[in-house]
Design a protein around this ligand. Structure first.
Ligand code: FRU
Length: 498
């Protein structure tokens, strides 16, 4: 280990120890979402199942809740709910990644874990850092136990990237198919067009470029964090484009992330579907586990969103962002559905009884399902625990409304849904819309954490992921529709050993 690595390791440990001493006092900490042990977290990286354990690496800036120098943090577990923090896996300690160990992926073969990632290097000088001044080689490192990582090697030197690309090429996703290794990299072309580059290799060491995929007309100026996988014989390309024009029902955040179902190597903007319609979702990555499930984890955050939103956890508690719960991805009705992996059911605690009342409004005639948490005298009144719950509703009707106290509502009229946040809960954000492709809202599942909520409609046909900061206590859940039935469970914490 180099002296630099030793120094960085000590500094990260110190930052994590200082942060751990504050954890008990932080009211915004999450109960079932992975968050940074200290400072800042962004993209999930290197997702894989290796020697009986799931591994989740993530972009990590332990020294500053507003981001900064990037490391790879590392969680692992056997069952997707009892996690262990394994410490920092990759340090920005080589000439090829001294300004950040950027995003990448894992490939597991013959008991070896291979990690591929982008090394960020910013040259000193008067550069625009788009067309010049930045190096971003693709690096490779091996682990034989999932804990220790060998020497970093350059897999593709940035000098070898195509001429018509800017310096922004990064985030390798690697996989194996029919005896060959493949890699996809995200990029920004010199004409400000987002695109992905495909490479091939026989030995994971020598890589040759095979082709590029992009749209005919520019669809954003940069495509970050690509993923490529096959589900039910359909090939899927996922990307996180920057620079899309905001619309009323689509692309409502600063940046988007979504996927194309591929017929051949042609992709059209009309076919791009967003993964998630909430305020906080970006740079997802998928992997296949030993049960052959395609599992997705996203970053529950958004880059460059400071103008519209001040994240209270960064300001008050010196940490920022989290990952989504692991979601199983399936292909149905020509689109991808995402739903929390079944292990999340295991976190359900006591069922909280809900009472069904008929609304008094004579025009309404709708059913109102009302749950007032305060009435549940048999449940211990621990505010933090009460803020984490799993609500599942079956609804029927042209118009459906669900309220979580005064903090959050979901309103569906016809096939259009709006997620709304109160002024306080939104911390600067108010609403997001989505069109339900099947046209009808029939099922709603809300996984609510202390300061994060994931809302799945129709078993994952549409998803909203959002940080929120509820104030209303005790919690009241109100659901209105022609017909409504529901179940509400207290949601237990995931175990995280740090
Ligand atoms: C996406 C991203 C990636 C990059 C990483 C750096 O959020 O910008 O493209 O590798 O974050 O942290």
């Amino acid at each position: 280990m180099s002296t630099l690595t030793n120094v960085l390791e000590r500094e990260v440990r110190r930052a994590e120890e200082t942060a751990a001493a504050e954890h008990a006092l932080q009211k915004n900490r999450l109960t079932h979402h992975l968050m940074p042990p200290a400072g800042w977290l962004n993209d999930p990286n290197g997702l894989c199942y290796y020697k009986g354990r799931y591994h989740v690496f993530f972009q990590y800036s332990p020294f500053d809740p507003e981001g900064g120098l990037k490391f790879w943090g590392h969680y692992s577990c056997e069952d997707l709910v009892n996690w262990v923090y394994e410490g920092t896996a990759l340090y920005p300690d080589s000439v090829d990644d001294c300004h950040g160990v950027y995003s990448g992926s894992a490939l597991v073969e013959d008991d070896v874990m291979h990690l591929f990632f982008s090394g960020n290097v910013k040259l000193e000088g008067d550069y625009d850092y788009i067309n010049e001044g930045r190096r971003s080689s693709t690096l490779h490192v091996v682990s034989r136990d999932g804990k220790h990582f060998e020497k970093k090697e350059v897999a593709i030197d940035c000098e070898q990237y195509p001429e018509d690309y800017t310096c922004h090429i990064r985030d390798p996703k690697v996989w194996k198919e029919d005896g060959l290794y493949y890699m996809v990299l995200g990029g920004r072309k010199k004409n400000d067009q987002g695109a992905v580059l495909f490479y091939q290799s026989h030995d994971l060491k020598n890589w040759t470029i095979s082709h590029e995929i992009t749209t005919e007309e520019p669809f954003g100026y940069m495509w970050e964090c690509p993923d490529f996988f096959t589900l039910s014989d359909t090939k899927i390309l996922s990307v996180s484009p920057q620079g899309l024009k905001r619309e009323e029902n689509r692309f409502q955040n600063v940046y988007a992330s979504g996927y194309f179902l591929m017929d051949n190597d042609v992709v059209c903007p009309e076919d791009f579907r967003e993964w998630d319609m909430g305020f906080d979702f970006y740079a997802p990555q998928t992997f296949q586990d030993e049960k052959n499930r395609r599992i997705l984890i996203g970053w529950m955050g958004m880059p460059d969103a400071q103008e519209e939103y001040i994240n209270p956890t960064a300001k008050e508690e010196h940490w920022q962002h989290c990952l989504t719960v692991p979601r199983e991805v399936t292909l149905k009705n020509n689109r991808l559905y995402q739903y929390p992996v079944e292990e999340i059911y295991g976190l359900r605690g006591e069922e909280i009884p809900m009472s069904l009342k008929k609304m008094e409004d004579p025009d309404g005639g709708q059913s109102v399902l009302l749950y007032n948490w305060d009435a549940a005298s048999d449940i211990e009144k621990n505010i933090e625990e009460h803020r984490s719950f799993d609500l599942e509703l079956q609804v029927c009707g042209e118009s459906v409304r669900v309220d979580l106290g005064k903090d959050l509502f979901l309103q569906c009229e016809g096939g259009r849904v709006t997620l709304g946040l109160s002024k306080n809960a939104g911390a600067g954000r108010i609403k997001r819309n989505a069109i339900i492709p099947s046209g009808r809202l029939e099922q709603i599942r809300i996984l609510a954490d202390t300061t994060a909520v994931e809302i799945y409609l129709n078993y994952g046909e549409v998803v909203f992921s959002t940080r929120y900061y509820p104030e209303t206590q005790p919690l009241v859940v109100k659901a209105e529709a022609d017909q409504v039935e529901g179940k509400l469970f207290r949601l237990n914490r995931i175990h995280v050993v740090i």
